[in-house]
Write a protein that binds this ligand. Structure first.
Ligand code: SF4
Length: 377
């Protein structure tokens, strides 16, 4: 049963080097500046009215650039300010930034789940992505995390990398499975505006993967990972039973989260929902936290329509789909009645199924999720 209510996300916006496909908020640094963690702790104190949290997620950027001492400080303050007494504590790690000693120290500081950003085991593809680590370092980071005592390890992979073929993806997935992670996320590469990789594709230096190839890669991923015993519980996420990401389910199920750090987002279930965003500008972020204990620069009260749209979008990404009873309780609307024609059309096309009290996307519909959502909202 899902009992989580509130998550705490902490953004660490620093990376050894910017990857060629990345448009996330991150700056090149070899370690996390002490001023940044000092500001984070202050922000935690300032946001303590947000209530108890059940999960903590250190994301980035590269949170594994933090020193164990900095992680200890974050965990101690989370305990004091958000009443965190244990639960899932995840850290994303970049293979180039860890060794056994650091991983043991992270574990000692309270991290109990790590996500290894391997992305690919293929040297050529890693180089196209502009990652700072080698395939060997990816495997080694995973092994060291196990050796350090982590019993909940995830691997992140990317498919549809320019020049990648089906055999290479099959090999990547096979190697990931052979390591025995509890969780695997596989995302299709998005060519983001302004990134070197997008420019390389636009100027013809690299080929763009076709939509057909992307779809085939999605289904290969699904077949191979479900065949290996992983539960396909969200479009891009697979887990051994009992090892779903509790923190990410908070996002997908529309529960509350507090986001701390540069550019972090928060969500409260006030009214139809309230979304807040921290400043993305380092100087402004630091000054605001120093002055007010928080750095929120955008604050949006969602309308009922917007909240319904988001619920449909997020829930359809999940295996369980939209819970019609819950939807009705929250919005006073029975989707079976108000979206009768759209549902009939989509069912006729084999894209969705209405099973008992849930609307679910079928295997065929999974690659056409955006179109399905548009029809339903
Ligand atoms: S490690 Fe992640 S956040 Fe950092 S530059 Fe690469 S893709 Fe971006």
């Amino acid at each position: 049963m899902f009992l989580m209510k509130r998550g705490l996300y902490i953004h660490i916006p620093f990376c050894v080097k910017k990857c060629g496909y990345c448009d996330f908020l991150s700056f090149p640094e070899k370690e996390v500046p002490p001023l940044y963690t000092k500001t984070l702790l202050r922000e935690m104190e300032g946001r303590k009215g947000g209530g108890r949290v059940d999960t903590i997620y250190l994301g980035g950027g590269t949170p594994s650039l933090l020193s164990p001492h900095q992680v200890e400080g974050i965990m101690a303050t989370a305990l004091k300010t958000f009443g965190f007494t244990g639960g899932e504590v995840t850290m994303e790690i970049n293979p180039a930034t860890v060794n056994l000693e650091r991983l043991r120290a992270f574990k000692g500081a309270g991290i109990n789940r790590v996500i290894v950003g391997i992305q690919s085991f293929n040297r050529r593809l890693l180089s196209i992505l502009g990652r700072v680590h080698t395939p060997e370092e990816g495997v080694e980071a995973f092994r060291l995390a196990r050796k350090a005592g982590f019993e909940n390890i995830g691997i992140d992979l990317i498919h549809s990398i320019p020049t990648e073929d089906m055999e290479e993806l099959r090999e990547d997935l096979g190697r990931a499975v052979s390591l025995g992670p509890e969780h695997i996320s596989v995302y299709s590469l998005t060519l983001e505006e302004g990134t070197p990789l997008k420019r390389a594709v636009e100027t013809g230096k690299l080929p763009s993967p076709s939509e057909d190839m992307e779809r085939d890669m999605f289904y290969l991923t699904r077949d191979l990972l479900t065949g290996a015993g992983y539960d396909h519980y969200e479009v891009s996420n697979f887990a051994i039973p009992g090892f779903r990401s509790r923190h990410n389910q908070i996002y997908w199920k529309g529960e509350e989260y507090i986001g701390l750090g540069l550019g972090a987002h928060s969500y409260e279930k006030k009214g139809w929902g309230r979304r807040m965003m921290n400043s993305e500008r380092p100087q402004e972020y630091i000054c605001l936290v120093e002055r007010k204990g928080e750095a929120i620069v955008e604050d949006e009260e969602l309308s009922k329509e917007k909240a319904m749209e988001e619920t449909i979008l997020l829930r359809l990404r999940m295996k369980e789909g939209i819970d019609l009873k819950e939807f009705r309780r929250r919005f006073g609307i029975d989707l079976r009645e108000t979206r009768q024609q759209a549902l009939r059309d989509l069912e006729g096309l084999g894209m969705v199924s209405v099973e008992g009290n849930a609307i679910k996307v079928t295997e065929k519909g999974l690659v056409l999720l955006d179109e399905i959502v548009v029809k339903l909202i």
